[in-house]
Ligand binder design. Structure first.
Ligand SMILES: NC(=O)c1ccc[n+]([C@@H]2O[C@H](COP(=O)([O-])OP(=O)(O)OC[C@H]3O[C@@H](n4cnc5c(N)ncnc54)[C@H](O)[C@@H]3O)[C@@H](O)[C@H]2O)c1
Length: 248
């Protein structure tokens, strides 16, 4: 059965890779991002490969924009039964220097955005009695991270949101899981992180058992499985995709 998926933060990095992969698996994809030009580029890539997609501009933190985008996706392709809550921002600042505004913005986009998108899409999943909610958290939610208290707190809350929703929505045929990426290169965020941390590659690699950094496609592979029929007995889980860097 052809499924309809919504991927947020889909114009770049991990969201782009998840969109391309779900489309390759036969899903029609709503490519949602605050940056519309990047959405259109990803849609063109999907269509060039023979897939189906639509570009959707919205901020995940704006319920009105999300509702309009979801309506557009539904009328283009049908009910949405897969959502990848991937849109996110990061920040590096000592704890004492985090302003109220920076704290609120982090929570608004990373956490409230996940809440809003999930709530807006949920009626479709309930009607279909089938759904897959995949939240992209962060390995910092598992370990904590220096100068990222607001970021890691927002991501930790996504893990707990995942567990709560899994219990609430399981009886409705909807699974909810999260993927906490670690050290995924070739994304806008990871390039910014590396510039700020200037962590030498040999130091980073020494902490990763499989001896390579992650690629967006590594996350997309796990996402594709969680979005499939095959993962139906998996819910409320944290599926670490981090080369073994974090083992819990
Ligand atoms: N790259 C990593 O190593 C890593 C590690 C841990 C967690 N993550 C998480 O993975 C997700 C994707 O990260 P990435 O590295 O691909 O980042 P990225 O910066 O390359 O992509 C994020 C995308 O989200 C979009 N976006 C930002 N704010 C938005 C908003 N309000 N509404 C809609 N779209 C918005 C951006 O325009 C961008 O296209 C994020 O949630 C991030 O926290 C990434």
């Amino acid at each position: 059965m052809a499924r309809i998926a919504l991927v947020t933060g889909a114009g770049a990095g991990i969201g782009r890779a998840c969109s391309l992969r779900l489309a390759r698996n036969g899903m029609a994809v709503g490519v949602l991002d605050i940056d519309f030009e990047s959405c259109k580029r990803v849609v063109a890539e999907i269509e060039a490969a023979g897939g189906k997609a639509i570009a959707l501009q919205a901020s995940v933190a704006d319920r009105g924009q999300v509702t309009a985008a979801v309506a557009k996706l539904r009328s283009a392709f049908g009910p949405i039964t897969v959502v990848v809550n991937n849109a996110g921002i990061t920040g590096f600042v000592p704890f004492e220097e985090i302003t109220d505004d920076a704290w609120d913005r982090m929570m608004e986009i990373n956490l409230k955005g996940t809440f809003i998108v999930t709530q807006v899409v949920l009626p479709d999943m309930k009607a279909e009695k089938w759904g897959r909610i995949i939240n992209i958290s962060s390995s910092s939610a598992q370990t904590g991270a220096i100068r990222m208290a607001h970021y890691s707190a927002s991501k930790g809350a996504i893990v707990t949101l995942t567990r709560s929703l899994a219990q609430e929505l399981g009886p409705l045929g909807i699974t909810v899981n999260n993927i906490p990426p670690g050290s995924v290169m070739n994304t806008l965020m990871s390039e910014a992180n590396r510039e700020r941390f200037q962590l030498p590659m040999d130091v980073l690699l020494a902490s990763i058992p499989v001896k390579r950094t992650g690629e967006p496609e590594d996350i997309a592979n796990a996402c594709a499985w969680l979005a499939s029929e095959d993962s139906g007995y998996v819910t409320g889980q944290t599926i670490g995709v981090n080369g073994g860097r974090v083992v819990t």
